[in-house]
Design a binder for this molecule. Structure first.
Ligand SMILES: Cc1cc2nc3c(=O)[nH]c(=O)nc-3n(C[C@H](O)[C@H](O)[C@H](O)COP(=O)(O)O)c2cc1C
Length: 106
């Protein structure tokens, strides 16, 4: 089983391109569409989510999907969220992104 998992959501392919690039850099990474889940997220050391910025926030599907995960209970060392956008990131969504950026197990 791969050490890393990247789950992506991509309407027009930009986030998928970024997800592939991150996966290549990380190595040993499984890449899946969020919609293709359930993926057993808790079995991986590092889990990344890659999605576009829609109207200063996450696409509704992505927000709903992330809301189904219990981050505290997952035995994953590191989470990250990458959002691909055209131009701007609203302050409110930047705050939201920071909230779910990283969790490190000691
Ligand atoms: C409905 C919708 C809303 C968007 N809102 C924003 C936005 O608020 N700020 C921004 O910079 N880009 C916005 N974009 C542009 C996308 O974030 C950008 O094109 C992104 O690269 C699309 O990723 P994808 O190809 O993975 O779907 C929006 C795109 C769509 C379709």
């Amino acid at each position: 089983m791969a050490k890393n998992l990247i789950l992506y959501f991509s309407g027009t392919g930009n986030s998928l391109t970024v997800a592939k690039q991150i996966a290549q850099e990380l190595g040993d990474t499984e890449l899946n569409a969020m919609a293709a889940c359930p993926t057993p997220v808790g079995q991986f050391d590092r889990v990344g989510f890659v999605a576009p910025n829609y109207a200063g926030g996450l696409p509704r599907f992505v927000g709903t999907y992330l809301g189904t995960l219990d981050f505290i209970k997952l035995h994953t060392d590191y989470f990250f969220l990458w959002r691909h956008m055209a131009a701007y990131l609203a302050t409110q969504s930047r705050r939201r992104m920071n909230c779910c950026k990283v969790r490190v197990r000691h």
